[in-house]
Ligand binder design. Structure first.
Ligand code: PLP
Length: 414
């Protein structure tokens, strides 16, 4: 049954049959699969008793607040940050984003007039659909989130420019510039240039440039985004961008390395504050990562192996949605060239019901609304699919089941 006028009885029968199968499948979070983690098995034995960095530093000891230089050099190109301005830190970029917001609340940013905590209101622009954890962390600090629609080329820049120029409380914007979570969109050069150059009412406005999927290509095409730090500097806004990245979906998601890059002034601000928090990062982890990846080519080869494992899962989602729902006129979905997610747009007002139906049938989906601030998608129409973690057969089964739920929810709605 693949027509818009799907009949409720047959949709219900198909759903009952699905429930009867007693499935237990999960396509919720964007985690690497065990097979992907196995690609980095050598990290469990590296650095093989060695502990000296290229410059002779004993990585076992305290110090080296900026992180190991050889690892920063490997990631300088992919993250488009000069190695001197790129810090290698702990195991998570999300914690760096969290701490950056916390530090901005507590200590005046370069170019700022006062701490964000002393402002009557602090707001950030939230491109939607977007990454739930960005939104959660802003909400936790009482930061207002102003949704801005995503387009094929990045956030709606007319709207971003209007809001940033018109309201001094708007202190920043969340961006996943490449293979965005969850739409897969890569920002166009024009989007990046306008973000870098636009007038902002807040003198300490910051672009949170979360380049989480910088090297996570699913095809032969290695999509590139514009170099935001250079664009900001050229536009006379050198301090505007904070760049984040990590090896979470390159090596080991729980034991990788997070990176933070910014202008010299921002880095000096950050190091002065972070020195109170730590005497130095885990340089042994940095060293084993540098030995494992070797150089930018090593990184590229490693990412190809990831693509070989996960691209077939993305292809399967696309193929099954096409087979099951392609002709229905009910849904549309993204076909990303990289990253970890597919965004499924279902009829307005049905996303929550579809997720509920799927749960009852043993298929766990990310809660509907998670892609929007406060978990509230006003259209109730976006479902995020994360196909990387389950086995290929499980992905296929889950998406076929999801299609059954879409048809039933649509039929019930009439
Ligand atoms: N940023 C984005 C856009 C993500 O999708 C994720 C994980 O899904 C993260 C950051 C988390 O990064 P990390 O593991 O480095 O904290």
């Amino acid at each position: 049954m693949t027509t818009a006028s799907v009949d409720v009885d047959s949709a219900r029968r198909a759903y009952e049959e699905l429930v009867g199968r007693g499935l237990s499948l999960d396509i919720t979070r964007g985690k690497p699969s065990p097979r992907q983690l196995d690609l980095s098995a050598d990290l469990l034995t590296l650095p093989n008793g060695e502990y000296r960095a290229a410059d002779g530093t004993d990585t076992r000891n305290y110090g080296g607040l900026k992180g190991l230089p050889e690892l920063r050099r490997i990631f300088a190109g992919p993250l488009q940050v000069p190695a001197e301005q790129l810090l290698a830190a702990g195991n998570s970029s999300l914690e760096l984003m969290h701490d950056t917001v916390a530090q901005a609340l507590l200590s005046t940013l370069p170019g700022g007039q006062r701490r964000w905590a002393d402002e009557p209101r602090v707001a950030m622009l939230a491109p939607v659909p977007g990454y739930d954890r960005h939104f959660n962390l802003a909400e936790r600090f009482g930061i207002e989130l102003i949704p801005v629609p995503m387009t094929e080329t990045g956030p709606d820049l007319d709207e971003v420019e209007r809001l940033a120029a018109g309201d001094a409380a708007v202190k920043g914007i969340w961006c996943v510039p490449k293979y965005s979570n969850p739409t897969g969109v890569t920002f166009s050069d024009e989007t990046a240039a306008r973000l870098a150059a636009m007038p902002t009412a807040a003198p300490d406005f910051r672009i949170f440039w979360d380049n989480a999927y910088a090297v996570h290509h699913l095809t032969e095409v290695e999509t590139e985004v514009a170099d935001i730090l250079t664009l900001c500097a050229q536009a006379g806004n050198a301090d505007r961008a904070f760049v984040f990245g990590s090896t979470s979906k390159i090596t080991l998601a729980g034991a990788g390395v997070g990176f933070f890059g910014a202008s010299e002034a921002n880095i000096a601000w950050w190091l002065g504050l972070i020195a109170l928090r730590t005497i130095g990062p885990d340089k042994v982890n940095h060293l084993r990562h540098a030995r494992f990846l070797k150089d930018t080519d090593g990184l590229r080869g490693h990412m190809r192996k990831h693509a070989e494992i996960i691209a077939p899962k993305f292809d399967a989602v696309d193929r099954i949605l096409t087979e099951e729902l392609g002709e229905s006129g009910l849904v549309s979905w993204t076909k990303p060239a990289g990253g970890y997610f597919i965004s499924l747009t279902v009829p307005d007002g049905t996303a929550k019901e579809i997720v509920r139906l799927a749960k009852e049938a043993g298929i766990a989906l990310t809660p509907a609304g998670a892609t929007h601030p406060h978990g509230d998608d006003p259209a109730d129409a976006i479902i995020r699919i994360a196909p990387t973690f389950p086995e290929q057969a499980e992905v296929e089964e889950a998406v076929r089941g999801l299609a059954v739920c879409v048809r039933l929810a649509a039929a019930q709605r009439g």
